[in-house]
Design a protein around this ligand. Structure first.
Ligand SMILES: Nc1ncnc2c1ncn2[C@@H]1O[C@H](COP(=O)(O)OP(=O)(O)OP(=O)(O)O)[C@@H](O)[C@H]1O
Length: 288
């Protein structure tokens, strides 16, 4: 026997409700996995077209339905190609999660677990950056205020350890097995180290090497603030939204990180990378 509910003209069965709930949970999980990456925009684009397709089909607009239907058919194959890395990650997450463990995928799928982002003490980041810059040890730190960046975190070694000056210095010590790559910092914790970031495909001034290119690329692909300590010069820079602020004082670094973590729009403070190319840039007066 199937229970039916009537809302106006609509008849909804218990099976429909379970169906809709499961689809919502699945979509939420996909959103969580993709959040913070460029793929989310493509995913939302596909989703919007699919919703329009459902609407025009329901309204029996045949010509549009055929066109969008054809597009959706090709779109599925295109999506598999475009999302190949994300699909691989998603399957890996499912594969790694034991059904019987506490952190299993069923728990992730079935329970709505709200994670609060809190402003945290950034002193350890500043102090560690000073120490690293002073000893010419390179560092790359991705600071995120709205996502754990699981996709990128899983390219490295997961840590989930409280941020501390000693921890960051140990990670970026030249002899540490974790020093190569970036750390991801979220909610006061170093989520992962040795992470591989996407390198920008834009032309970047010659003074910026691979570490800076990776920082710019990550800031283009995600809504994160990326801190770079140059191994070569000891200079500290920040990248945001594909732009960079180079050779900052630690006071400036502190203010920008605090502004970002407080949810302020700091994008305007950043310089386009072309400014550095043309040699127009002059250090700010606060940089002594
Ligand atoms: N895609 C990437 N993701 C994460 N880290 C990267 C990536 N590419 C390079 N790195 C880090 O940058 C280091 C290489 O930095 P490189 O000297 O080429 O860059 P740079 O911008 O000139 O920086 P520096 O001023 O410190 O020399 C690597 O050892 C690695 O730790």
């Amino acid at each position: 026997m199937i229970l039916l509910f009537k809302i106006g003209f609509l008849e909804i069965s218990i099976v429909n409700i379970i169906d809709i709930t499961l689809v919502s949970m699945l979509l939420y999980q996909i959103y969580k996995l993709l959040r913070g990456s460029v793929a989310i925009k493509i995913f939302l684009g596909f989703l919007s077209i699919y919703l329009v397709y459902l609407l025009v089909s329901a309204l029996r607009m045949e010509l549009l339905s055929i066109i969008l239907g054809q597009f959706m058919g090709v779109g599925v194959i295109a999506a598999i190609i475009i999302f190949a890395p994300e699909i691989r990650k998603f399957l890996m997450i499912i594969g790694k999660s034991s059904i019987l463990s506490n952190e299993n995928i069923l728990q992730e799928l079935l329970f709505w677990r709200k994670r609060e982002t809190e402003a945290f003490n950034i002193n350890p980041i500043i102090e560690a950056s000073k120490a690293l810059a002073g000893t010419n040890m390179g560092a790359l730190m991705v600071i995120s205020n709205n996502s754990e960046l699981k996709f990128y975190a899983e390219s490295g070694d997961l840590l989930d350890a409280l941020v501390s000056k000693r921890l960051l210095i140990s990670i970026f010590n030249k002899y540490s097995p974790l020093h190569d790559g970036a750390v991801i910092i979220y909610n006061g914790k170093v989520k992962a180290a040795r992470c591989i970031l996407p390198v920008t495909e834009r032309d970047v001034p010659a003074q910026f090497g691979l570490r800076h290119r990776a920082a710019i690329g990550m800031s283009e692909a995600t809504d994160t603030l990326v801190l770079i300590v140059s191994e070569e010069t000891g200079q500290t820079s920040l990248a945001k939204n594909g732009k960079i602020l180079h050779n900052l004082s630690f006071q400036e670094v502190r203010e920008l990180i605090n502004g970002y973590l407080s949810g302020n729009d700091i994008d305007d403070k950043f310089e386009s990378i072309s400014v550095y190319e043309r040699g127009k840039f002059t250090p700010s007066p606060s940089k002594a």
